[in-house]
Design a protein around this ligand. Structure first.
Ligand SMILES: [Zn+2]
Length: 327
């Protein structure tokens, strides 16, 4: 497909160029030099500077960006931002965290960018749906055959049982998870225990809320030492957490698959990313001619896609601009 005038390279985020059109996917710098699409507001995907131009992202992502940027210039930009609207860009749910998007760019040839994605429906959120495309740019976070996650609904049941047992034993249950995404998922799925949100988990949850999005929780209260479920990102027990009486702790992360629990009593392998087998299935259903991968085990995933599916697969490396990156 070389010579079609489309290129995919790593630069300001991932850059897709077609003739005069340039798209920046999860750019570090948002500017009018290209069409800027932000998939979600995790730090490895969100821009660090905002210099102008319209922005393609969901309402939830925009609220998160507004809450997370520090500089006055960035805050000003985001308060007055013009939302992107072009027939050549089509956003759809990525199923990773609330508000996360994939982007389909249609310049005659179709290019699908997944950002971080998860194909399984959860939390009233549809999983990412495969779409036919000519080129697929896909995350490789768990792009290694050693990563196969347990069924997420079953794993949430295991977490729920653990919380219930812990509270029944007169202990508090403390779950540690990433503040944006996983924590709101736990808050929703475990609302029967009236979770207390602590520190950055509380701040982030409040940041995401709007008239059409509310969560059921209480703010963590260090003066309350009754057995309770706490969701926190702070593993050091600071800001009142250490005042809790008897407690049991658990980490909730896909990386717990490798047996790690970061010094906690338990580690639950629950992820909002696709595992290796879900990635392979997703690629197959999109049936692209070429796959590019980013974020994670790029080399391993590229090799597996070539061998298992017979599709050309190329890791995206920073600054890569050789002919192999054209299609
Ligand atoms: Zn993410």
């Amino acid at each position: 497909m070389e010579g079609d005038g489309l290129s995919v390279v790593s630069g300001n985020g991932i850059e897709v160029t077609s003739g005069q059109m340039k798209y920046f996917l999860d750019p570090r710098k948002v500017s009018a030099a290209g069409i800027c699409c932000v998939s979600h507001a995790h730090s490895d995907h969100m821009p660090s500077s905002f210099d102008g131009g319209p922005l393609f992202c969901s309402d939830i992502t925009l609220r998160c960006l507004r809450g997370r940027v520090k500089s006055k210039k960035s805050k000003n930009y985001l308060e007055n931002v013009e939302r992107g609207d072009l027939p050549s860009v089509n956003a759809s749910g990525a199923g990773h965290i609330l508000g996360s998007n994939m982007f389909m760019i249609d310049e005659g040839k179709k290019v699908l960018y997944t950002g971080d994605f998860c194909p399984q429906d959860r939390l009233g959120m549809e999983g990412a749906r495969p779409q036919k495309c000519d080129a697929l740019i896909i995350e490789a976070t768990y792009g290694n055959p050693r990563y196969r996650f347990p069924n997420r609904n079953a794993m949430m049941g295991v977490i729920r049982d653990w919380v219930e047992d812990t509270l029944n034993q007169g202990c508090s249950a403390v779950l540690y998870s990433y503040p944006l995404g996983k924590s709101q998922e736990l808050t929703t799925m475990l609302k029967e225990f009236q979770p207390r949100l602590h520190g950055s988990v509380l701040d982030t949850t409040r940041m995401m809320e709007a008239d059409d999005l509310k969560f059921d929780y209480l703010p963590f209260d260090p003066a309350d030492d009754t057995p309770q479920l706490v969701i926190s990102h702070n593993t050091k027990g600071e800001n009142g957490l250490s005042a809790l009486g008897k407690k049991r702790t658990a980490t909730v992360s896909g990386w717990c698959l490798s047996g790690r629990s970061w010094g906690m009593d338990e580690g639950f392998a629950y992820s909002d990313h696709a595992d290796f087998y879900e990635i392979i299935d997703f690629v197959k259903r999109c049936s692209p001619d070429q796959v590019y991968m980013h974020h994670g085990s790029e080399e391993i995933l590229a090799k597996e896609i070539r061998e298992r599916l017979g599709i050309t697969a190329v890791p995206l490396k920073k600054g890569q601009s050789n002919l192999g990156s054209y299609f």
